[in-house]
Design a protein around this ligand. Structure first.
Ligand code: SF4
Length: 390
């Protein structure tokens, strides 16, 4: 009997494992605590010997010898060389006769299958073949996590640095059930002092342990997100230098037509037509060459809120224009709590302090322009967060 270190490939967690092999057979798998992701394994990983030695496991290429209309496909085992040659020949013929787009590749999820270590090669093959058509089976959480971040930042979302975090925010994320290695990393971060905030309607294990648990009604996350964004913006609790340098937040927007103000709007004969910002130090609008760092153009003085008159044109920075019009009020008592529960929960998560749990109430829509999410604060007050897109 031999014990071989390795890792489980049955999902993206890739838990470190000790694999017990006897007479060339895998007979047991257990966690390898010396591996960075080997502190725990799920039942699927532990069942690997049953999968590997299952009599139903597909081990070799098979060719169908009867029509698809027949109950018995008449599978016949063929060699790998035959399978590869036939497949390559068929694909080449279709590409030559009809173009690469005529082929749609169907791919299963790498997140929950043993494809996790091969998916990059499969995708590379599809790209090299030339077809843009992939029929992709994946989890509902996957596209925004990977693709939205790829569009925004140029790469998929990496795993968080939980070990060095001050605040761990899990939004609809339950790694205790879905990603054991990440769950363990969160435990390490919390042991190092990180506070935990969970947004989830379900009492997950991590939600019940969190300093702040915002128990949203399913489907109302956007209202909560906009409310939190508003708290961040109103408190300037974000990286102002980054916003000035890397976003269009300081660019002035014309109040009369909603377009970005350009130099020729106020100086028609100007040789160039850059966008404009408001320089608070100069007390005047100034051109902004976005090809150069904001810091070299007085970026620390670029206004991010306010309303200004440039010649006869009233303008405000783009960022002001984008502040969510989210007005938290107390729905049941009628008292204006100014988003107290959400704010308290947020601050409970971001500062040291006691626990805050906001419970779900009702959700309503007010036509296409606005909608509400209701939370309940620890004192039983319902807090309505109304999001208006006006
Ligand atoms: S979570 Fe389970 S299936 Fe995924 S890698 Fe770990 S043991 Fe394997």
């Amino acid at each position: 009997m031999e014990e071989k270190p390795g890792y489980c490939t049955l999902c993206r967690s890739r838990c470190g494992t000790i694999n017990v092999v006897e007479a060339d057979s895998l007979i047991a798998v257990r966690p390898d605590p010396s591996h960075p992701t080997g502190q725990a394994m799920c039942m699927k990983g532990k069942a690997a010997p049953e999968l590997v030695h299952s009599p139903h496991r597909l081990m070799y290429p098979m060719r169908r010898t009867r029509p698809k209309t027949e109950a018995d496909p008449g599978w016949v085992r063929i060699s790998w060389d035959e399978a590869l040659s036939e497949t390559a020949a068929r694909l080449s013929t279709i590409r030559r006769e009809s173009g690469a787009e005529a082929v749609v590749f169907a791919v299963t999820t790498p997140s929950g299958t043993s494809l996790s270590d091969s998916i990059d090669w499969v995708e590379r093959f599809v790209r090299v073949f030339g077809s843009p058509n992939i029929c992709y089976a994946t989890e509902i959480c996957n596209w925004h996590k990977d693709v939205a971040h790829e569009f925004t930042f140029g790469c998929g979302m990496p795993v968080a640095d939980y070990a060095n975090a001050d605040l761990i925010l899990l939004w609809g994320h339950n790694p205790t059930n879905t990603w054991l290695a990440q769950s363990h990393a969160i435990g390490r971060g919390r042991a190092a002092g990180a506070r935990l905030m969970v947004v989830d309607p379900r009492p997950t294990a991590l939600a019940t342990q969190a300093q702040s648990w915002l128990r949203v009604r399913p489907g109302t996350d956007a209202a909560l997100a906009l409310g939190l964004i508003r708290l961040l913006i109103e408190g300037d609790a974000f990286d102002l230098a980054f916003i000035r340098d890397w976003t269009n937040a300081p660019l002035l927007v014309r109040s009369d037509n909603g377009r970005l103000l350009r130099l020729r709007d106020v100086q028609p004969d100007a040789p160039a037509d850059p966008w404009m910002v408001w320089n608070s130090h100069l007390g005047a609008a100034a051109p902004y060459d976005v090809a150069r760092p904001a810091a070299s153009q007085g970026g620390e003085h670029f206004a991010l809120r306010g309303e200004y008159a440039v010649a006869t044109i009233r303008c405000m920075p783009t960022r002001t224009d984008k502040v969510p019009n989210t007005s938290p009020t107390a729905a049941s008592s009628g008292a204006d709590l100014n988003g107290a529960a959400v704010k308290a929960a947020w601050e409970g998560g971001t500062n040291s302090g006691g626990s805050n749990v906001a419970q779900p109430g009702e959700t309503s829509a007010h036509g296409s322009g606005s909608y509400s999410a209701f939370l309940r604060d620890p004192d039983g007050h319902d807090i309505e967060i109304t999001v208006s897109q006006d």
